[in-house]
Design a protein around this ligand. Structure first.
Ligand code: GLA
Length: 390
């Protein structure tokens, strides 16, 4: 495949010399959802599919970008001296925002580059196609301009690009998983301190199955920002009543139970209840995984979905139908929505002997309920972003 991408790059950019090649994964979060911006724990892993880039540095200040996933948009150009968000530039705003953030931090980038991107993660499906292209751009910049910057710093800059340039107030989970991922491990990340631990994911006779609802996400970004604001409001209310915290993630469920009566707005209370309980669930679940108790890990995945459905209210008929159908299948150890929600994907742990039937039956029930066709992937856990050599 790499050969084909290089060939296509050379045709599009009419160039025939050496090129650089890079890869950046997508991610799936196993548990700890909507906890990152609440200063809590997440437990994502990088996937072995993601975004590829074929790159050639230029002498002038022009960037020319082409994506095989958005062929009809053709090659989109921008200039190093004019790094502003432009709706017309569509997906190119992601890499552009990263270049801008690097420059704002005074990293020395003095020319542009030509790039062809190709992603085999579904776009906008909750598997972090945007973090993938952001971190990929960071890795390209570091390499081409020989920048002295480590991955965690780049991860943080990519989050800034997403927050400030794109305007989605996302947490750090996606960029962190994409940048810092490690083959066959998930990352237990404390999003408050950025301390992290690689935990081996040994599923023996089981697989991670991702199911895409294929639902268009619509107003997801504004609903995401709303959830985040509700949690911040809840923190304010608690602090006004003598609780002294920066994030909901600082409270255990027991501590929260003692003070939650201060939150009188019903919706805010539900959002905060999820944030606190999910954070605790993630920590407990990882302990079970470390003890090889996958059954208990799976049970907590199910609880996580229920909390996201009833308290955080970010699931909807599509995600619920997929998860409920998964729960009914023999051989399902756990199943939940993953990522921001409002459409996107579910993640399930399924016994290998049952994966084939799982895909057939869950797909059928989902189609009957929603009229949509789900897409299934068996996920392997891969490494974080970097140079790519075949
Ligand atoms: C999106 C955001 C992440 C995180 C998840 C929900 O993927 O980009 O920062 O908040 O939603 O867990």
């Amino acid at each position: 495949m790499l050969e084909d991408l290089i060939k296509e790059f050379k045709e599009i950019f009419k160039y025939d010399g050496e090129v650089e090649t890079f890869f950046s994964p997508g991610r799936v979060n196993l548990i700890g959802e909507h906890t990152d911006y609440n200063g809590g724990f997440v437990f994502p892993c990088a996937l072995d599919f993601g975004t590829y880039a074929i790159v050639k540095k230029r002498e002038d200040k022009t960037f020319r970008m082409y994506s095989k996933n958005f062929k009809s948009l053709g090659t989109i150009e921008f200039d190093l001296d004019n790094l502003v968000y432009n709706k017309r530039d569509n997906w190119v705003n992601y890499p552009k925002g990263v270049v801008k953030t690097f420059l704002d931090r005074t990293y020395k980038i003095d020319s542009g580059f030509d790039v062809l991107f190709y992603g085999n993660i579904p776009n906008g499906a909750g598997l972090s196609s945007s973090a993938s292209i952001e971190v990929l751009t960071a890795v390209i910049l570091k390499d081409l301009f020989k920048l002295d910057v480590d991955m965690v710093e780049m991860v943080k800059m990519c989050q800034v690009a997403e927050n400030k340039f794109i305007g989605v107030n996302s947490g750090i989970m996606d960029q962190f998983a994409v940048g810092m991922g490690k083959k066959d491990h998930a990352i237990l990340l404390d999003c408050n301190t950025l301390k992290f631990e690689y935990v081996p994911v040994k599923l023996k006779n089981m697989s991670i199955v991702i199911a895409n609802t294929n639902k268009k996400r619509g107003l997801a970004d504004s609903k995401y920002n709303e959830r985040r604001s509700s949690c911040e409001e809840a923190v304010k209310v608690l602090n006004d009543n003598g609780v002294n915290i920066k994030y909901l993630g600082e409270l255990t469920v027991a501590e929260f139970d003692k003070v939650k009566h201060f939150i009188t707005d019903e919706e805010q209370l539900k959002r905060a209840t999820h944030a606190v309980s999910e954070n605790e669930r993630a920590k407990v679940a990882v302990e079970f995984l470390k003890k090889d108790d996958i059954a208990e890990f799976g049970r907590l995945m199910n609880q996580s979905h229920i909390s996201l459905r009833d308290d955080y209210e970010v699931t909807g008929i599509e995600l619920d139908s997929l998860v409920e159908a998964a729960w009914e299948e023999e051989g399902t150890v756990g199943s939940r929505m993953t990522g921001a929600g409002f459409g996107g994907c579910t993640v399930s742990i399924v016994e290998n002997d049952h994966v084939e039937n799982f895909i057939k039956n869950v797909g059928k029930k989902y189609k009957e309920k929603t009229g949509l066709r789900a897409t299934f992937y068996i996920a392997n856990i891969g490494d974080g972003a970097g140079r790519y050599v075949k």
